[in-house]
Ligand binder design. Structure first.
Ligand SMILES: NC(=O)c1ccc[n+]([C@@H]2O[C@H](COP(=O)([O-])OP(=O)(O)OC[C@H]3O[C@@H](n4cnc5c(N)ncnc54)[C@H](OP(=O)(O)O)[C@@H]3O)[C@@H](O)[C@H]2O)c1
Length: 288
């Protein structure tokens, strides 16, 4: 397959590229070559490329940056994906559009399925939800894959930050009343490839995450415990509990409960995704 992947300098796009390269032909335009801040230029650029599938990972992904410039967020996360989807639809090419659990902010305490009420509470979530809607309106064949709390790949993420803080001897602290599903980029790559092969016409919305759920505090504790078992740190520090309300470190509001159910994914790939703890252990072991 010839797969066009956007955002390959980033965590997820980079992981997909590395995973698929041995078996597929990958086209990976850089940010400068395919700039989502210039939606009107996209069609001309895409016209010069030959591909069977587009996996669209690039975007404005930092909630605080989106909060500072919501118009740019809408352009990059909604207007440009709509252009990409319209192009794919016209060409008869499949598109997988990567979205986020930040389209939610639920009062529920049970995992949210694909039909659950969306309720973004910051500019990032609103722009990503607008992107999902615009992509599906432009192409009924597109698949919107919502992912959450990604770890792994070539860039440091939450687990590496926790380990680095522990190694520095500074206090480790994490928010204990905000829930989602940590998810391995390598697992996302596997599941999406399986979908391409087994369900090439899969469309609509799909929650793509590992099994289980966690607060950032539980995620930090598990990371440090596993890092200790793997010999990455000498002892396991206590993780101080922080509260989301009144947390001074964020400009954009953060959703409290965005745990997604992966039942549809399990049905489509024919197995229950492994837990985030199993995937995290494997990811940390690679760093040893
Ligand atoms: N990371 C998470 O925990 C998480 C959670 C939920 C959903 N997601 C979604 O997953 C997808 C991938 O996220 P990620 O973690 O891989 O993000 P990332 O590591 O920050 O990578 C973002 C990518 O987008 C590119 N990009 C940014 N602005 C662009 C523009 N105007 N034009 C073209 N390319 C641009 C970046 O290129 P440069 O670096 O070269 O600027 C980079 O390759 C996103 O759709 C995000 O919303 C991520």
């Amino acid at each position: 397959m010839k797969i066009l992947i956007t955002g390959t300098s980033g965590r997820l796009g980079g992981a997909l590229k590395r995973c698929y390269e041995p078996r597929h032909e990958i086209i990976a335009p850089s940010h400068a070559e395919l700039d989502l801040a210039r939606p009107d230029d996209l069609e001309v650029i895409l016209n010069g490329l030959q591909f069977d599938l587009l996996i669209h990972c690039a975007g404005m992904v930092h909630p605080d940056a989106c909060e500072r410039d919501p118009l740019a967020a809408m352009q990059v996360n909604a207007e440009s994906p709509a252009q990409l989807a319209a192009f794919c639809h016209q060409r008869g090419v499949q598109m997988i559009h990567i979205s986020t659990d930040y389209v939610f902010d639920s009062d529920e305490a049970s995992p949210l399925d694909e039909a659950a009420l969306t309720q973004p509470i910051n500019a990032y979530g609103r722009s990503k939800l607008a992107g999902e809607q615009a992509v599906l309106a432009a192409s009924s064949n597109a698949l919107v894959a919502r992912v959450s709390w990604l770890f792994g790949g070539h860039l440091p993420s939450f687990p590496e930050q926790m380990i680095k803080t522990a190694l520095s001897g500074h206090e480790v602290a994490a928010i204990a009343d905000k829930w989602s599903v940590p998810t391995s980029v390598d697992d996302v790559a596997d599941w999406l490839e399986q979908l391409m092969i087994q369900c090439p016409t899969a469309s609509g919305i799909l929650h793509v995450c590992n099994s289980g759920q966690a607060t950032w505090h539980e995620y930090a504790e598990t990371t440090l415990q596993l890092a200790h078992e793997l010999g990455l740190i000498c002892n396991v520090p206590m993780v101080k509990r922080q509260a989301l309300d009144g947390f001074a470190g964020f400009l954009a509001k953060r959703a409290r409960y965005t745990v997604m159910s992966n039942e549809r994914l399990a049905g489509w790939i024919g197995r229950v995704p492994r837990t985030w703890q199993e995937a995290l252990k494997e990811s940390l072991a690679k760093a040893c």
